[in-house]
Design a protein around this ligand. Structure first.
Ligand code: AMP
Length: 115
């Protein structure tokens, strides 16, 4: 299977507006933002979908994703008013890029149910 666009961003083969990086995590602004703040937070390790996530194996990594989300929400000034974290999974979930990613969305009132 070829590299996903997110692996190419991790390897700096294509540009992105990177806002956060650690040994295990990268975060960058979504190219097609759905809110004033729309950041994608991804593990550097390749995990295609939520279905491959295992608590026994990935607990620490998931913790790092949530730490990054909280840190970025604070930095972007959306922590106090609230924000939304989303993982899309497969076709019905609306997943397009098959590299696990958490959407951090904020800066406007979110609606429910989602589209
Ligand atoms: P999903 O539908 O959950 O798979 O979300 C994929 C997201 O990746 C979409 O919100 C896209 O706008 C975003 N995206 C696709 N290509 C890029 C890129 N090169 N840089 C930043 N965001 C991207």
């Amino acid at each position: 299977m070829g590299k996903t666009i997110f692996s190419k961003i991790i390897d700096r083969e294509i540009p992105a507006d990177i806002v956060y990086e650690t040994d295990n995590i990268l975060a960058f602004r979504d190219i097609n933002p759905q809110a004033p703040v729309h950041i994608l937070i991804i593990p550097k390790v390749e995990i295609p979908t939520v279905r491959e996530v295992k608590g026994s194996e990935h607990a620490a990594l998931l913790g790092e994703l949530f730490d990054a989300a909280n840190e970025l929400a604070e930095k972007e000034g959306i922590s106090k008013e609230g924000f939304r974290l989303v993982f899309n999974c497969d076709k019905n979930g609306g997943q397009v890029v098959y590299h696990l990613h958490m959407h951090l969305l904020g800066g406007r009132q979110m609606r429910w149910p989602p589209g």
